[in-house]
Design a protein around this ligand. Structure first.
Ligand code: 5GP
Length: 108
């Protein structure tokens, strides 16, 4: 978890630890959305500690204008503008996760 409301908190909270043995395994990290890259950087560091054979990153959504990191994002379904999105699993402080489509949040 790295988001509060519509902005990145600047730090990553690990909610669930790794409970698989990853040594010499081929690992794919599957993300919903890659934004600044803070989450992927933190996940990558945790996974690499376990000495896997290879780590790749796959994401449904990717915000190229927000991404600051050098870690390659190997598989991207859709590149999106730097907006705050909800629905299809993406939430706004717990709300909107179950919407069937992806929406851009508009401030009124
Ligand atoms: P990053 O660490 O790359 O800045 O952000 C990755 C995480 O922040 C995602 O896994 C997601 O939880 C959250 N996030 C980033 N952008 C959005 C967005 O547009 N909408 C929602 N709902 N979450 C986002």
């Amino acid at each position: 978890a790295s988001y509060h409301g519509t902005s990145s908190s600047g730090s990553v909270k690990h909610l669930v630890g790794l409970n698989e043995i990853l040594k010499d395994r081929h690992v794919v990290i599957v993300e919903d959305i890659v934004d600044t890259g803070l989450t992927i950087k933190s996940l990558m560091a945790s996974v690499l500690e376990h000495q896997p054979a290879e780590v790749r990153v796959a994401t449904l959504l990717y915000k190229p204008d927000a991404y600051h990191e050098k870690i390659p994002i190997d598989h991207i379904a859709l590149s999106v503008p730097n907006d705050f999105l909800v629905g299809y699993g993406l939430d706004y402080d717990g709300i909107g996760r179950n919407l069937n489509h992806i929406y851009k949040l508009v401030e009124e």
